[in-house]
Design a protein around this ligand. Structure first.
Ligand code: NAP
Length: 243
């Protein structure tokens, strides 16, 4: 029987490529999206047309009730969830003095509370089966901090702390929890950055290029495989040497 992965924020960017890669490797895929409905359904159709199994579900990961509903639907369709990839995220570049409390809260809600909500929703079935894998997508800014990204850096550092703590809490239940911390990856998330800033980020990267969504997807696939069966509570940096 195929294993099933639920990937949050899989309508675009890193999440969409992770969905493709998991499908190519024989997984049933649950594509979570929030605003990009047509992109999510196009990806679902692309996977099905290639012979894979996929569904797309709309849900704001920051909303606990919607998350519960999403996991109920996914379980009904595929029977169980074997792997959870917490990838959904939003970024914002602003000085702290220009950031409202509501803007700060939304960044924390989506990037950190969303991970909490999805972990909580999937864990009961993983604990009762004594197996499961969770991969959280943090950021190198959660490791180092970034100027003008205080809220985002705080949320992504929180994801690292959550990963390490949860790995200790559920290890005895046969569940592995790890984190990938991407560097600068060419996706829509960089859309607000000026060309010059992108060039600077590239030249600060020792490998002198931006990463691709597939670079992150491959790390997530590895952490989900038996090749990583003794790895838990870790942060895997995929950043071209930036950090
Ligand atoms: P992206 O292209 O902007 O895609 C973001 C994804 O998150 C979209 O699928 C979006 O779905 C989804 N999303 C946003 N808010 C959501 C919500 N409330 N509920 C559910 N889904 C939501 O970004 P990306 O670069 O692929 O980023 C993926 C992850 O990698 C994020 O966690 C990001 O912080 C992290 N990361 C990215 C970089 C980078 O340089 N790109 C670096 C480090 C870490 P909709 O469009 O359907 O709303």
């Amino acid at each position: 029987m195929n294993k099933t992965v639920l990937i949050t924020g899989a309508s675009r960017g890193i999440g969409a490529q992770t969905a493709r890669l998991f499908s190519e490797n024989g997984f049933n895929v649950v594509i979570n999206y929030y605003k990009s409905e047509s992109a999510a359904f196009a990806l679902r159709d692309e996977i099905i047309n290639k012979g894979g199994n996929a569904i797309a579900i709309c849900c704001d990961v920051a909303n606990e009730a919607e998350v519960t509903q999403m996991f109920n639907t996914a379980n009904k369709v595929f029977g169980q969830l074997d792997i959870l990839v917490n990838n959904a995220g939003i970024a914002m570049q602003k000085l702290i003095t220009e950031t409202s409390f509501d803007e700060y809260r939304r960044i924390i809600n989506v990037n950190l509370d969303g991970v909490f909500n999805c972990c909580k929703a999937v864990l009961p079935q993983m604990i009762s089966r004594k197996s499961g894998i969770i991969i959280n997508v943090s950021s190198m800014w959660g490791q180092t901090g970034a100027s003008c990204e205080v809220a985002y850096s705080a949320a992504k550092a929180g994801v690292i702390g959550l990963t390490k703590a949860l790995a200790k809490e559920v290890g005895l239940s046969g569940i592995r929890v790890n984190c990938v911390a991407p560097g600068v990856i060419a996706t829509d998330m960089l859309g607000d950055l000026e060309e010059q800033t992108l060039e600077e980020l590239k030249s600060e990267t020792p490998l002198n290029c931006l990463g691709t969504p597939n670079d992150i997807a491959e790390a997530i696939l590895f952490l989900s495989s038996d090749k990583a069966k003794f790895i838990t509570g870790q942060v895997i940096s995929v950043n071209g040497g930036f950090v």
